[in-house]
Design a protein around this ligand. Sequence first.
Ligand SMILES: Cc1ncc(COP(=O)(O)O)c(C=O)c1O
Length: 396
Amino acid sequence: MEDKILQNEHLSYILNELGENHEDYFNAIAPPIVQTSNFLFSTVEDMRHAFSHEYDVYIYSRGNNPTVEILKQKLAALDNAEDCLVVNSGSSAVFNSVLPFVKAGAHIVSVKNPYSWAKKLFDDFLPKFRVTTTYIDGTDILNFERAIQPGTSIIYLESPNSWMFEIQDLKAVSALAKSKNITTIIDNSYCTPLFQKPLDFGIDIAIQSATKYIGGHSDVLGGVICSSKENIRKIFNSEYNTAGNGCTPFNAWLLLRGLRTLPARLKQVNDNTSAFILGLESLDIVEKIIFPFHPSFPQYALAKEQMQGACGLLTIIVKEEYAPYIEQLCNHLKAFKMAVSWGGYESLIIPKIAALNKNNIDFKNEEHRSIRIYVGLESPDYLLNDLKQAVEKAKE
Ligand SMILES: Cc1ncc(COP(=O)(O)O)c(C=O)c1O
C-alpha cells in the first residue's frame, strides 16, 4: 500500500514538473537560485499594477521570489491545498499560522505537549496580548468539547505528537471546530503530506518543519504553511511580510532538491524502521516500544485509519533495572548520533534524562526511562549492532 502512496503518476508530476518552466531559465534542468532582493519595472503602470497585486507578483523577495514560488506550488499540491507559504523554519510556520487567527483576549485549545517552541509561543509570548491557552489530552474528543470557550479562536494539533506520538481524531476535531467557527491548525511534521493530508480531513491549516523530511539532509531549515487561498493571503498580508521570515532563495533551492527524493527516502526510512523495531523487540533492555504503527500502540486503529505511513521516529522505554545504564549506553553509541531533530539521512537518539536536572531523575517514572530514536537511511543491522555494543559497554 505504501508503494502506491510513494510512487504514483500524480506524485511524479508534482515532484518533477509542477511549477517548472524550463524555457524561463535557459532550459536548465535544475531551477536557478534567483538570488535577488528586488525586481524591476519598465513602466510606472507596471509598477502601479504590482503595488496593488503584491500577493501575485514579484516586487521584493521578502514577499515573493521565483525559486521559492516553484517550491510553494509543489508543497501546496502535496497537501491538496489551494496555496502555501514557505518560511525559514518550522517554528516560524507555527508563529505565522497562529498569529493571524488570534486577537487580544482570545483563547486557544492546544494538545498538551506541542513542540517546545509552540508551547513557548502559547505560554510566554501570547499572554502579552492576554491570549490564553488550555492544554488538553487530545486523544479524546470530549476533552476538546469541554475546553472550548466563547473566545476560542484556534484549536492547535500535533498528530502524532513528538516523543509519545499521541494522535488526534482529525475528522472529529475538524467537525467540532467548524461547528463553532474555530480555526484548526495542525503540525504535520511527523507524517509529511505523503503519509497524512490533514486538509482532506477538514483541518484548516497544515504546517510542517521542512527541516525534517523535506530537506532530508540536515543542512537546511524551513517551514511550510498550507491552507486555502484566503487564509494564505491573510497570513501573507500580515505576519509573513511584517516579520519578514520567508524562506530565502538558496534555502528554497535546497528544499526543492530534498523534495525530489522525498518518496524514495521515506520508503527507505519506513522499511528500515520496521526491520529495526523487529530487532528491538528481542533486545533485553527494552520494556516498551512506542510507535504509532506498532500493534501495541493504544491508538493503533486510528493511526492506521488516518496515516498512510509512520516513518522513522519512535520512543523506547528502558526496563527499570537497566535505567541506570542509559547515560553510559548513549555515550557509547557510534552509528547513532546524539542530537536533536530528525528526518535526515542519519539516525539520531535523545535520552529523556538529557532534558532533566540530574537531581530530579526518578526511574520509577516511565518517561524518565524513555529514549527517542530516529531511524535514518542506514542498514537496520548497522544500527542494531551499534545499540548492542553500547549496551554491553554500558554494563561493564
Ligand atoms: C514537531 C515539530 N514541529 C516543529 C518543529 C520546529 O521546526 P524547526 O526546527 O524547523 O523550526 C520541530 C523541530 O524539532 C518539531 O519537532
